[in-house]
Design a protein. Structure first.
Length: 371
């Protein structure tokens, strides 16, 4: 067969695969059903698209021929995101609000404006006997993962947050930033030793099936510093998210709590880099469908998808068509727009309506019966 015929055959196959994938998304969105074992979830998986608002989701849909896995959710609400000292929040204050039920000032992690520490939903879960973990595309000490376990008036105090992480006793933690736990400097060396003393298995590669079965606590460092953008070769989040869910389910009798963050959606928006932003949204969407598939099989897991704030003041402007978007930005910083909240599984109806971001914490406690 000559090269022209090979090219034509390959091109035809790609078209057929694209059509099948498009048809699957359409059919799946209409056929998906929620059939939980009970009205009370055993597990909660919270997915956070950092910097992701309605317009970011719209742009992602239009880039994907007007379809995405966000359409699988039937219960949708909106959260108001302001911090205690600014109408425009940062990730530290927003994350603290969602995970502790308390407003705080920008830059503060797990503390009130007067610096009093507040317990996170995940910390309380560990006290109640739940398994807990997270998987992120930032470093493990970045603002959003840090609000699960950390307490600092300054989100950039990474050494202190690394020490908090070493003390949190979570069961699986996945993300970049191994340098904060390296042997290169004394404080990092001490923190790394503490993790090992507490029984953590530390790895720079995907844990094997044997390791996942035999180890009780795992830290998977995906990079020494910040992980790459998705378009630059980072691929681990969809797999890491479902790996963590399966690991926690395997180790837990009572239930588990898992947070997954598409961290670099925000980073691309700060840079007003449309292609990298769309690449991050595609990666996050792939993670969502893997988690929804887990939840549909498990039937005891509540899945919540939201953002922590909007970034970039993004708009899809006139004059363009699907997959040929004209994106505009009003800022390289965060904005104060409300953020959608999507929920699936037992207790999902609790998350409809418009409410403050602190209510996400109270709603999660309520559906688990922690009141």
């Amino acid at each position: 067969m000559d090269n022209s015929k090979i090219w034509k055959a390959s091109h035809f196959i790609l078209i057929v695969l694209a059509v099948l994938a498009f048809s699957y998304r359409q059919q799946a969105a209409t056929n998906i059903t929620e059939k939980p074992k009970s009205s009370t979830p055993k597990n909660i998986i919270l997915l956070i698209g950092d910097g992701m608002g309605v317009n970011q989701i719209s742009a992602h849909n239009y880039e994907n021929k007007n379809h995405s896995y966000f359409e699988w959710f039937k219960h949708i609400g909106f959260q108001k995101t302001h911090s205690s000292d600014n109408l425009v929040t940062d990730s530290a204050a927003s994350g603290t609000a969602m995970l502790s039920g308390h407003k705080t000032d920008n830059t503060m992690v797990g503390v009130l404006p007067d610096s009093t520490p507040v317990q996170s939903f995940f910390e309380e879960g560990k006290e109640r006997g739940y398994k807990a973990g997270f998987a992120v595309t930032s470093t493990v000490v970045h603002a959003t993962p840090a609000v699960l376990y950390g307490h600092s008036v300054l989100r950039g105090n990474y050494d202190a947050l690394a020490e908090d992480m070493a003390n949190c006793n979570f069961d699986i933690m996945i993300g970049g930033g191994e340098k904060y736990f390296s042997t290169a400097k004394e404080i990092s060396k001490t923190i790394r030793a503490k993790l090992k003393d507490k029984g953590y298995f530390l790895t720079r590669s995907r844990p094997t099936k044997k390791q996942l079965s035999q180890k009780d606590k795992i830290v998977w460092f995906t990079s020494d510093n910040d992980p790459l953008y998705a378009l630059d070769g980072r691929k681990y989040l969809p797999e890491a998210g479902v790996l963590a869910a399966n690991f926690l389910k395997q180790k837990s009798d009572k239930g588990f709590l898992l947070m997954i963050e598409g961290s670099q959606i925000d980073w691309a928006l700060h840079a007003n880099n449309t292609q990298k932003f769309l690449g991050e949204m595609e990666d996050f969407d792939k993670t969502i469908v893997r988690i929804l598939d887990f939840a549909m099989r498990d039937k005891e897991t509540l899945v919540i998808v939201t953002g922590d704030h909007e970034c970039g003041g993004l708009a899809v402007n006139t004059g363009k068509k699907f997959k040929d978007l004209k994106i505009g930005y009003t800022a390289r910083r965060h904005t104060a727009t409300m953020i959608p909240v999507f929920a699936f599984g037992p207790g999902a109806e609790t998350f409809t309506g418009i409410y403050d971001n602190t209510e996400i914490y109270h709603k999660m406690r309520a559906v688990l019966g922690w009141e």
